[in-house]
Design a protein around this ligand. Structure first.
Ligand SMILES: Nc1ncnc2c1ncn2[C@@H]1O[C@H](COP(=O)(O)OP(=O)(O)OP(=O)(O)O)[C@@H](O)[C@H]1O
Length: 347
């Protein structure tokens, strides 16, 4: 449905040029919700703005529903943009228009009759929970209600694709949850394809089917959400996950961590395991087979789209050779092992 082929975008030219996107290949199948996350400045906004050509890519092709937008002249592009609704972090509503008139605006611009506009706008206001707000002005609405108006407006031209640019970043957690539920309902009821950019893993976890990770203008991961959350393929992906799950070693321990192992140190490891690899039998096996003690410092289990994800920070306590062998055993299992450092033995 949405296909970006080798899309690059450079702002400016010469020594001051910024290469914001580098050879992005991204496919979003019809009816799916695809999230793109990344750190500030990674290129998320540029990416989403290149999909409807609010920013024209410097190279590459953008194809939506079989139509190549990058090959269109201005008139054809104006027409094709009706296939693509967009919502923004700060809603971008017209303050001097009522809720009804904001939603009606794209249809007015398309030259639709008052009757058609009414028939289109009222069900959208109903669907977005704004039926009793039609005559109000944006200033009289909460942030969540404003975003609902923006969603209804984006759907007015009956697009096949909805682009969401940090759509919940200005909202509190409860309002975010209600907007995400609405987006999910729209996706299911209308079969709408949704591409969203966000810096919030919670958004990805809650509604996305797939997720891409963008870093310094490159798409460095693109995976099913369950796979990404259980086994991110890059260090940046793991950093996002650890940050989201907030599973860090206690500060007092971090201060004692040394980068190198020695004869009198114990390794501290972070284990990420999913699905079938269950931690508890593993821990008792390590103790049994290698004669070590495992001190569990932090542990957490999450359910991500029906799949179980566990994280644990543990200190492996034994002689240097015992803990080396225990680490080798751990690494032979279907889990991610990260040695955070080493602490001096206190026994
Ligand atoms: N209009 C512009 N002119 C020049 N450089 C730009 C322009 N827009 C963005 N950039 C640069 O392109 C890079 C990517 O920016 P972009 O806004 O796409 O990142 P982002 O991931 O959306 O960041 P944030 O989460 O902070 O909004 C950054 O280095 C940014 O400074």
């Amino acid at each position: 449905m949405i296909s970006l082929d080798n899309v690059s975008k450079t702002y400016g030219s010469g020594p001051g040029a910024v290469q914001a996107l580098k050879d992005i290949d991204l496919q979003v199948p019809k009816g799916t919700i695809h999230g793109v996350i990344g750190l500030s400045g990674a290129g998320k906004s540029t990416l989403i703005r290149c999909v409807n050509l609010l920013e024209r890519p410097s190279a590459g092709r953008v194809v939506i529903d079989g139509q190549e937008l990058t090959a269109m002249d201005a008139a054809a592009l104006r027409q094709a943009r009706h296939q693509c609704g967009m919502i923004f972090q700060h809603f971008n509503l017209l303050t001097n228009r009522t809720v009804y008139d904001n939603v009606a605006l794209p249809l007015e611009l398309m030259g639709q009759s008052r009757q058609t506009i009414r028939e289109r706008v009222l069900p959208l206001l109903e669907m977005t929970g704004l039926a009793d707000k039609t005559a109000q002005y944006p200033a009289q609405l909460s942030g969540g209600q404003k975003q609902r108006v923006a969603i209804a407006r984006a759907l007015a031209s009956q697009p096949k694709v909805l682009l969401c640019d940090e759509a919940t970043s200005a909202l509190d957690p409860q309002t975010t949850a209600s907007i995400l539920t609405l987006l999910q309902e729209i996706n299911q009821r209308l079969g709408l394809t949704i591409l969203l950019i966000t810096h919030e893993m919670e958004v990805v976890k809650t509604i996305c089917h797939r997720v891409g990770l963008i870093s310094d203008g490159r798409l460095v991961e693109d995976a099913d959400v369950g796979d990404f959350f259980t086994a991110p393929g890059t260090q940046l992906g793991r950093d996002f996950l650890n940050d989201f799950l907030k599973l860090e070693a206690p500060q007092a321990l971090i201060e004692r961590l040394e980068p190198e192992s020695g004869e009198s140190t114990h390794p501290v490891v972070r284990l990420t395991f999913s699905g079938d690899s269950v931690a508890t039998p593993l821990i008792s096996r390590l103790a049994r087979e290698h004669g070590i003690d495992v001190s569990i410092l932090q542990a957490k289990v999450e359910s991500i789209q029906g799949r179980t994800l566990g994280l644990m920070i543990a200190e492996l306590m034994g002689s240097a050779s015992q803990t080396r062998q225990a680490l080798a055993t751990l690494e032979s299992f279907d889990l991610h092992v990260e040695v955070l450092g080493h602490v001096q033995r206190t026994d």
